[in-house]
Write a protein that binds this ligand. Structure first.
Ligand code: FE2
Length: 190
């Protein structure tokens, strides 16, 4: 039996984050850790981590490190729930626990600059379908811009999201308006 646990995972996160390294170095080390977590002992997932919300996908905190250097959430996507187009402003590692999460990518084609709020032109990129056990990751600079969600009409999706911050907000994009703005996002404490 694979006994890799949440404690093992959190210790790996702390070890990686305590070392020098840019976001790419961090996700290179933590993608395999997420894969081990998904394929290890998932008894750490309790009923409170599977809460859903009829109005939007639910973010259920599993752990937010005291200094906000990383956070781990279980996201529950009821049928037909999606994010807006967004970026994260940090690195992240996402693993799928249940169901099939769809990701649609966008590519910036303007030269308005990393800090621009206007004049942002997005081209549609590829679509990825992530199924249980799959792990994906992203890094900022340039921003990773996408939307994710659950197109299934009957079944939920549950995914684990590790971020290099507390992830209390993100940039959302208005593609026709060519703008973006920072919004706070809520979560359920466990
Ligand atoms: Fe995202």
């Amino acid at each position: 039996m694979n006994t890799y646990s949440l404690d093992n995972f959190v210790n790996e996160c702390r070890e990686v984050i305590s070392q020098d390294g840019d976001p790419v170095d961090r996700v290179e080390l933590l993608v395999p850790a997420m894969y081990r977590l998904l394929n290890g002992d998932t008894e750490f997932l309790k009923p409170e981590h599977f809460k859903s919300d009829p109005d939007h996908y639910a973010r259920n905190a599993i752990l937010i490190e005291d200094d906000d250097s990383f956070s781990l959430y279980a996201l529950v996507w009821s049928p037909s729930q999606w994010t807006p187009i967004h970026d994260h402003g940090t690195w992240g590692v996402v693993g799928i626990y249940e169901g099939a999460l769809h990701e649609q990518n966008y590519i910036r084609t303007d030269r308005a600059g990393d800090l621009a709020k206007n004049g942002i032109v997005l081209a549609r990129g590829g679509i990825i379908v992530l199924t249980p056990g799959a792990v994906t990751s992203f890094v900022p600079n340039p921003d990773h811009i996408h939307l994710t969600g659950n197109p299934n009409s009957e079944n939920r999706v549950v995914s684990l999201h590790l971020y290099g911050s507390a992830m209390a907000g993100f940039n959302i994009y208005d593609r026709p308006g060519q703008t973006r703005k920072w919004v706070e996002v809520s979560h359920n404490e466990s």
